[in-house]
Design a protein around this ligand. Structure first.
Ligand code: SAM
Length: 300
């Protein structure tokens, strides 16, 4: 049985739910294109990356990027030293699972403190990054104003801390992936003739409370959304293909044309996907999202 590569962490805004919609807006002749370069400047948990690389072998190279260096270090560690990482995670799992809840919380807090030393080698840093992701509240990644991880303990009964099969499957796929750390605009210099960009930035909040977009110390506010739209217009003018997802602010306020104005030269589709990450269970469920593209393939 072939083990499928898939996200090795839970990540807010994960796009597994949107994959079917994204596939519908890929260029009609996508499978006929040779030597495609796939570029994802806001990689997060990588749900679309792992799916599209397995589904389309004509993608011969991929470039991923994120501003979160703990995250990109994790991708590099899984690509380059998966066996060492698995060994480290297995030892953490063996120490953690036999503990009672009180001892687990102590263990969690001591590992969080060690992670926040910010001076660990990449294997230990990645092992703690994955451990915290699997045992913290709701799989959130949040840092305080000093850039220190401050998510509370998550009380899961039987968390899967060491997922060896997924790490090894991801490592195999990441061999054709270049991993960058920093701002999304740096990805421009990695384009080739056949480049497909998928942008999944932090979403524009649809109301004060509804959306989580503080993945890093710096917020991704409206001026950042505008900077990204200008970058998309540059990508389009250079003849590259792009797909972008974001929140449908019009769903909350019909007079809010923020994205409709910003991306008027592109095709804008409203799609629905389940959103499960919300502390308030009543607020979980179907939310409209936008898929903005310059692809000619609009299967309604
Ligand atoms: C919505 S998440 C991506 C989720 C991803 N598509 C998934 O399936 O898990 C947005 C990501 O953008 C990153 N980010 C925020 N500002 C950025 C910037 N200026 N440049 C690059 N990445 C950024 C965040 O760290 C976060 O991982």
């Amino acid at each position: 049985m072939t083990i499928k590569a898939k996200p090795f962490i839970k990540w807010v805004g994960g796009k597994t739910q949107l994959i079917k919609n994204i596939e519908k807006v890929l260029p009609k002749n996508f499978t006929e294109l040779d030597n495609v370069t796939y570029i994802e400047p806001f990689i997060g948990g990588g749900a679309v990356l792992f799916w599209i690389l397995q589904k389309y072998p004509n993608i011969t190279k991929a470039v991923i990027n994120d501003i979160n260096s703990d995250l990109t270090t994790a991708y590099k560690t899984i690509k380059e030293t998966p066996a060492e990482l698995v060994k480290y995670l297995q030892s953490i799992q063996d120490e953690y699972l036999p503990l009672d809840e009180e001892k687990r919380k102590e263990y969690y807090l001591s590992k969080r403190d060690r992670f926040n030393l910010k001076s660990l080698d990449s294997v230990e840093n990645t092992a703690l990054f994955i451990f915290l992701n699997r045992t913290c509240f709701n799989g959130l990644y949040r840092v305080n104003s000093k850039g220190l991880f401050n998510v509370p303990f998550g009380r899961y009964a039987n968390p899967k801390i060491c997922d060896e099969q997924t790490i090894l499957a991801d490592s195999k796929l990441l061999q054709k992936v270049e991993i960058l750390t920093g701002d999304f605009e740096q990805t421009l210099k990695y384009t080739t003739n056949n480049s497909l960009f998928y942008f999944d930035p932090p979403y524009k909040p649809i109301s004060e409370t509804a959306s989580f977009n503080s993945y890093a110390k710096e917020d991704f506010d409206d001026s950042e959304q505008i900077r990204l739209s200008n970058f998309c217009k540059k990508i389009d003018s250079l003849g590259h293909t792009l797909i972008l997802s974001n929140s449908d602010v019009k769903g909350a306020n019909p007079d809010d044309n923020f994205f409709d104005d910003l991306y008027e030269q592109f095709s804008i589709k409203r799609v629905f996907a389940n959103r499960m990450v919300n502390a308030n269970a009543k607020k979980r469920g179907k939310l409209a999202e936008l898929l903005i593209t310059n692809t000619k393939n609009q299967k309604n």
